[in-house]
Every structure is written in structure tokens, then in C-alpha cells.
Design a protein around this ligand. Structure first.
Ligand SMILES: NC(=O)c1ccc[n+]([C@@H]2O[C@H](COP(=O)([O-])OP(=O)(O)OC[C@H]3O[C@@H](n4cnc5c(N)ncnc54)[C@H](OP(=O)(O)O)[C@@H]3O)[C@@H](O)[C@H]2O)c1
Length: 335
């Protein structure tokens, strides 16, 4: 099968298309033929080692000192089950699924094996493969931060970076929860963010959201412009700051900032839970969350997709469309 391998950290051109053995499912695993995946901020951060301040060494210790230990990037996918291990009863050949290996990655390839009780869930029937592939990365992050913030109906939420993958999921899920959303995005994305449910939009190219005298119960920062010192004056008593993007300093200081201010400061990697995927599938099936897709690229052009995501201006998700891969048994011998 074909896979893009990242054998060293660097620009998009480090990614190389290679032929590798198609995996064979173990007794408790399913083999998925991918129909779509994404290139997201997690992929480009790992590939480039362009990380929030302070995370360089820590990330290399976790993901690989000189090159990623997992050479196949890609955090999420949608596809078809094409084989199932002998112990698998929850999925059958032909099922349409989406999956979120998340930090374990491995989705920029034609076939993936996953445990049947792992981060894989039946695809909502109303979504395309491209939409289903774009459901997990932003949605799961948002569900985790909202859970930790105990976001409640009627609260006022500011989403900084409302047009990105995380932001577009945050606006839609918050609206569903009955939260009043203000989105910070560029003027070009204002209509999109309004259409997702934001009652108000602040154009970050014209106004500084910290200088408008507004007050919020919760601020979610997916960009890094709402650090604790800047965000604190905007938070109402009992307010919470969700630092989806934070440097190591901001993350380590979060408990201290919470302690001295009486506010809640939440930072660090989002927990990846299978329950979130079920929740997202239900939200998508109900039409409450519709993944926003900037554009789709063919698998062969994955390097170009990385170049585009590197620019930092995508709206929602960048999707990779897989060409119809041949039957796995006809590709090569199992490895
Ligand atoms: N903590 C975690 O577990 C976790 C999980 C997922 C992601 N993250 C991090 O969260 C961040 C966001 O991820 P993402 O996938 O949503 O990113 P993304 O999709 O790449 O975000 C890009 C969007 O941000 C907008 N933007 C750029 N500068 C802005 C500014 N100053 N104010 C408001 N909007 C701005 C861009 O539009 P314009 O340029 O047109 O404004 C674009 O629409 C990343 O840094 C990622 O590493 C953390």
C-alpha cells in the first residue's frame, strides 16, 4: 500500500510517498480502507517541530528525538471496513467508519488496522467520507475543553480563532449547548463564523478584543492571543480561560493563575476519549455539527496540502481524498 512517510522533521518536502506492506488485522482488529483523512495543525506542528514556545525538547522526547517515531502522520480518517479479526463482532466488512487515532497518528496511508474497541465509530449516515474524516480533531478537542470548563447554558463564550478547525467546532457545539458565542476571526471569515452560530464577530485585523470592554464567562483561545494576563480583565467572576494553544510556561502556570485569581485556567493536551467520538457522531447525525471543509486535495498531493496548512489561514479543515485503493489482498503480501 501507499503511505506518506516523515523520516525527519522539516518543511513539507520531507514527506515522501512510499510503498509499504498492507497491515493484517489481529484477532481483535479491523482493517480500514481509507476514503478520506485530513492535514491539520497537529500534523504540521509535528512534521515541522514548529511548536508553542517551550515545547521543543519535550515534544522530541515524546514523539522522537531526530525524527517522528511514528513516520506516518495523520490523526483522523474515514473509510470502509475491509477485513475483521476473528474476535471482532462489533464491526463487519462493508461498515463505514470514522476514527481518531489522535496522537498515535498513522492515517496518511491507504489502509489502517485499529482495535475494534479502539477510537473507531460507525459513520453518521448523513455525512460524506470527507466530512466524517474532519469530525474528530477539532470536535474532540472542544468537547474535552468544554467538559473541563463545565460550560453551561446561557453563558457568554469568546472563541479566539473561530474560523479554524477547533474554532468552527467550538462555535457549533457551544451554540448547541445554548451558549452565547462571540467569535474572533478575520473579516473574510466573519460570515462563516456567524453562519455557524456566533451572535457577534470581532475582526482581529481591525480590533483588539481585549480593548472592547466586554465580559465573558469563558474564553477559548485557539490562537495564543488570549494569555492569562490579557484575558483576565475580560473574565467575569467565576470565569474560565481555555488555553487550547499555550506555551509550556502558560501551561505550567495555569494552576497558579487559577489559584491567585479564583478563575479557572485550563491548558494542556486535550484528552482523547472514545466517548467523544460517539458524542460527535450523534451531534453530526442530528445536523448540529457539520464539519467545515476548506478544500480537499487528492492523496498524491498531500505535500501541497501541508504547504497550504503551514500558511495558517485555512477555514475549518483541509481534507485529503483517497483515490480508490485496490483490494488489499491484490496489493502486496501482508506484513
Ligand atoms: N491543546 C490541545 O490538545 C490542542 C488540540 C488541537 C489543536 N491545538 C492547537 O490549537 C491551535 C488551533 O488549532 P486549529 O487546528 O484550529 O488551527 P487552524 O485551523 O490552523 O487555525 C487557523 C485559523 O486561525 C485563524 N487566525 C489566524 N490568526 C488569527 C488571530 N490572530 N485571531 C483569530 N483568528 C486567527 C485563521 O484565519 P485568518 O488568518 O484569516 O484570521 C484560520 O482560519 C493550534 O495551535 C493547535 O496546535 C491544541
Amino acid at each position: 500500500m501507499k503511505a506518506f512517510l516523515c523520516r525527519r522533521y522539516g518543511p513539507p518536502e520531507v514527506l515522501q510517498l512510499a510503498e509499504i506492506p498492507t497491515p493484517t488485522p489481529a484477532a481483535n482488529e479491523i482493517l480500514i480502507r481509507l476514503r478520506a483523512t485530513t492535514v491539520n495543525s497537529g500534523d504540521v506542528r509535528l512534521r515541522s517541530m514548529d511548536l508553542p514556545p517551550g515545547f521543543g525538547l519535550l515534544a522530541r522526547l515524546i514523539f522522537g528525538l531526530r525524527r517522528p517515531r511514528q513516520p506516518i502522520l495523520g490523526t483522523e480518517l474515514a473509510g470502509d471496513v475491509v477485513a475483521a479479526g476473528t474476535d471482532v463482532s462489533s464491526f463487519a466488512v462493508g461498515d463505514r467508519v470514522f476514527a481518531f487515532p489522535g496522537e498515535a497518528m498513522g492515517c496518511h496511508t491507504e489502509y489502517v488496522c485499529l482495535p475494534a474497541d479502539g477510537p473507531v465509530v460507525a459513520m453518521p449516515a448523513n455525512l460524506s467520507y470527507e466530512q466524517a474524516a474532519a469530525l474528530s480533531f477539532g470536535g474532540s478537542t472542544v468537547l474535552d475543553f468544554f467538559r473541563r470548563a463545565r460550560l453551561a447554558r446561557g453563558e457568554r463564550l469568546l472563541v479566539v480563532g473561530a474560523s479554524g478547525t477547533v474554532g468552527t467546532a467550538a462555535v457549533q457545539i457551544a451554540r448547541h449547548l445554548g451558549v452565547h458565542v462571540t467569535g474572533v476571526c478575520s473579516g473574510a471569515n466573519a460570515e462563516l463564523v456567524r453562519s455557524l452560530g456566533a451572535e457577534r464577530v470581532i475582526d482581529h485585523t481591525r480590533e483588539d478584543f481585549t480593548r472592547l470592554g466586554d465580559s465573558y464567562d469563558v474564553i477559548l483561545d485557539a490562537i495564543g492571543t488570549a494569555s492569562f494576563p490579557r484575558a483576565r480583565p475580560l473574565l467575569a467572576p467565576g470565569g474560565r480561560l481555555l488555553l487550547v494553544f499555550a506555551g509550556l510556561g502558560g501551561m505550567l502556570l495555569a494552576p497558579w493563575h487559577s489559584f491567585i485569581s479564583g478563575l479557572g485556567v485550563v491548558a494542556g493536551p486535550a484528552e482523547e476519549r472514545i466517548a467523544y467520538l460517539h458524542e460527535l457522531a450523534a451531534l453530526a447525525a442530528a445536523g448540529t455539527v457539520v464539519p467545515v471543509i476548506d478544500r480537499a486535495w487528492p492523496f498524491a498531493e498531500l505535500v501541497a496540502a501541508h504547504r497550504y496548512v503551514d500558511l495558517g489561514h485555512k477555514r475549518g479543515s483541509v481534507v485529503i481524498r483517497m483515490e480508490a485503493a485496490p483490494d488489499p489482498s491484490a496489493v502486496d503480501s501482508p506484513g
